[in-house]
Design a protein around this ligand. Sequence first.
Ligand SMILES: Nc1ncnc2c1ncn2[C@@H]1O[C@H](COP(=O)(O)OP(=O)(O)OP(=O)(O)O)[C@@H](O)[C@H]1O
Length: 265
Amino acid sequence: MNSTASASASVRETTTPAARVVDAAKVYGSGDTEVRALDGVSVDFRAGRFTAIMGPSGSGKSTLMHCAAGLDPLTSGAAYIGDTELSSLDDRRLTLLRRDRVGFVFQAFNLLPTLTVAENITLPMDLAGARGDAEWIDALVDVVGLGDRLHHRPAELSGGQQQRVAVARAFASRPDVVFADEPTGNLDSRSGEEVLGLLGRAVRQMDRTVVMVTHDPVAAAHADEVVFLADGRLVDRMPAPTADRVLDRMKAFDAAGGLRRAVRS
Ligand SMILES: Nc1ncnc2c1ncn2[C@@H]1O[C@H](COP(=O)(O)OP(=O)(O)OP(=O)(O)O)[C@@H](O)[C@H]1O
């Protein structure tokens, strides 16, 4: 890293995280059916970083993402986008925050079939009546490699191309943070790699922030850091992950989970 890059990196360390939760708890149901999906999680998602959330099935990954993104309220604790504490917002302001400051990429692409690629990309801004930054949108279209597909409809694109449109749409309004929930879950490995490469480039070359839930150690290895959940708790963090190290960590969870089940029975 050159001195300018390391200076700007150290400035970033001291800036407010793009998103964070503090002592977050989420309880579904009550009595015998109560599930504590998050149990006292505190985690910062730093600006300008690509963070992956991993953990065994049912460990609370999607719940953490939904609560951090303002899609679902916490039972207790606090969730912030930048300095904004989400429970302090009424429904209207929360909707505006999600529209203007947060981007989403889902496993199922979620494009509107009747709109063209170009219209899908600018949809969030069009709904907001915002003009959008034409230069930024052009740069995004360039990065996702869809310049010759702008007037096609989603059904005329491959799954990988559709997810690239969804990635461009998520970044179009320059949100504080983009949350991606299993963005490669419906893709073959080559298209998945392309989408992960794009998310990485958006972070490293375009100074964006990404938080991604994934089951896949190869996908997690694209991140700058992996945070691991187990039983609704944050149990580990791994900077500069590799697929092998993430896989080893996940195997350790499987072994620990098996041991716990054996002790209980
Ligand atoms: N709406 C809900 N109502 C009741 N329980 C829920 C609800 N959503 C999630 N849960 C429970 O909360 C726990 C955490 O679920 P969550 O979907 O966050 O886990 P996950 O790690 O994302 O799982 P997976 O990897 O299988 O998608 C699970 O026990 C789940 O069954």
